[in-house]
Design a protein around this ligand. Sequence first.
Ligand SMILES: *Cc1c(COP(=O)(O)O)cnc(C)c1O
Length: 462
Amino acid sequence: MPPSQLENLFRRIPAVDQILEQSRALVKRYPREVLVEEIRRLQEEWREYIRENDALPGEEFQAGLERRFAALERPSLRRVINATGVVLHTNLGRAPLSSGNGTLGYSNLEFDLAQGERGQRDVHVADLLERLLGTASIILNNNAAATYLILRALAGGREVIVSRGELIEIGDGFRIPEIMAQAGVVLREVGSTNRTHLRDYEEAINENTALIVRVHPSNFRIEGFTGRPALSEICELAHAHGVPVYDDLGSGNLVDLREAGIDEPLVSRSLADGADIVSFSGDKLLGGPQAGIVSGRPDLIIRVRRHPMYRTLRVGKLVLEAMEHTLRSIYFRRYAEVPMLRMILATPGEVEERARAFVALPGGPALEEFGLTVRRGQSMIGGGSTPGQSLETALLALPCVHPERAAAWLREPWENGEERAPVVCRIEKQTLLFDLRTVFPVEEMELMEALLTLPREWIGPR
Ligand SMILES: *Cc1c(COP(=O)(O)O)cnc(C)c1O
């Protein structure tokens, strides 16, 4: 396009003053400098569009600006309907929480109400943890922080013994050997990838050994010719040499879930076996907010708590509130109050009953015509824990001509300018699968409404 014609197009971009004149509603709602800033950005986008397309954008500038402010007001972090059946979905925030009672305002976070003086934030969860685990605990930002601080506080500058079979990567680049290096400890690897013997540990112990570390291989299994000593054997050996043992449990169950078919190490078991200090995530199988809990011998807990880095890794009041809520429900065995436990403990029969009732909801019969059926399947635990462990479930199956497009449509956070909760589901061959195990009952109507918006020509058998 000749430069003169391009110039003509550029000239059709409205000027800032002209737009401000036309945007009474926006002028009332937003500070002038923010409005000007966004107008400038939109003008720049228009210029770019014109350079690339030799044409004006299809939309009025004014309308584009309004759409822009509407988009800016929409929260980025939003609720999502998790119909994947992956209970601890790492991408969807791991353990879901029930809403607490809201201490967003002032609270007694660090105030002793009885004495009227400064208190400690730890106390809000320490009593419940003491009841659940029989020992002292502190809470940090996550289990990665717990691993780091324990190593740093208890073994900084000294040697730490770990089996080569446990030098794992958790995800997102979190590797045990690298954390150890950052914590300033000297890693002393023993054994081999698949087998480590008690005598391997014994031979490595010397006067500079600060800690023996055990790491639960949360996210993988080595099968075949494998073996490692029992934790109780390691503890007996370590204690004979005056060396403490730290067990990184990863998921760390407080509730025995074996009846539901989930076999993960119990925190209480590890402490009973003799571990001097343990750590585990708050938002894996515990079912609470993101946090890392450190429990064990009071003298060791105090050393970790007093380390100067504690302050950089401690949790805020929102986390403490949610954790206290979760721990109380667990202590009183009110598992139905912890969404994650409720989801795991739901029987396949209960999920199937909900799935059948779902098809009978208003709108369900229409979808049934398009082939929505209930079938058996598996829910996953997920969250980097319990590799290969799954739960029997019932799935809603919707055959699709364009499953990828349909799934992308359901993930859209708005429909005709109206907000809606995005739905995340599974795709298997030509079928969308929805697992109500991970969908809150109050979300079922929303899920149905979302399904009914799917373009008809995309669904049904090919
Ligand atoms: C998940 C996990 C971690 C990290 O815990 P976050 O709470 O995600 O920081 C550390 N160690 C093990 C063994 C784990 O499974």
